[in-house]
Ligand binder design. Structure first.
Ligand code: CO
Length: 153
């Protein structure tokens, strides 16, 4: 009988934790990437009034090294994406992003398999009337590894 009660308590605690995670993560997003050149989500939202700062955690759940299957998360206006990617090709040591590129709203570092990285950034300069995207800047990855960032005032 005692054993059953303990199990029930553990199950309750676990479900309470899951609920907390879902309700307190509005100012952050966790994105997985893999050896098949994929992100596990296509869109996330940044609410400016709720979140003066927003953070992104990127996990690479694959095994290939960054030199072969590097992934990062870069946010720009959708209209800047192609030029940012083109200019970034000359800067492999900077995660394929031009040094000091002012069109880049935020970016994580470039990681390989089994690595994880995070970035936090202020949201005040985001403009809800503009379209933003997130993508990986490793050469040729952004055609598949991309998604929409919905900005809400
Ligand atoms: Co990539």
């Amino acid at each position: 009988m005692k054993k059953i009660l303990i199990s029930a308590f553990i199950a309750l605690s676990a479900s309470a934790m899951a609920q907390d995670a879902a309700t307190t993560n509005a100012c952050s997003v966790s994105i997985d990437s893999n050896d098949a050149m994929q992100f596990n989500l296509k869109e996330f939202e940044i609410n400016k009034s709720q979140c003066p700062e927003f953070s992104i955690t990127l996990k690479h759940v694959g095994n290939l090294p960054a030199a072969a299957m590097g992934h990062n998360v870069v946010i720009t206006q959708a209209s800047d994406k192609d030029a940012v990617l083109k200019d970034g090709l000359a800067f492999p040591a900077n995660g394929y992003l031009k040094e000091g590129d002012e069109r880049v709203v935020a970016h994580t570092k470039l990681i390989g398999g089994q690595e994880e990285t995070s970035v936090s950034f202020p949201t005040k300069d985001l403009d809800a009337s503009k379209a933003y995207e997130f993508f990986c800047s490793f050469p040729a990855h952004a055609t598949i590894m991309n998604g929409k960032v919905k900005v809400v005032e």
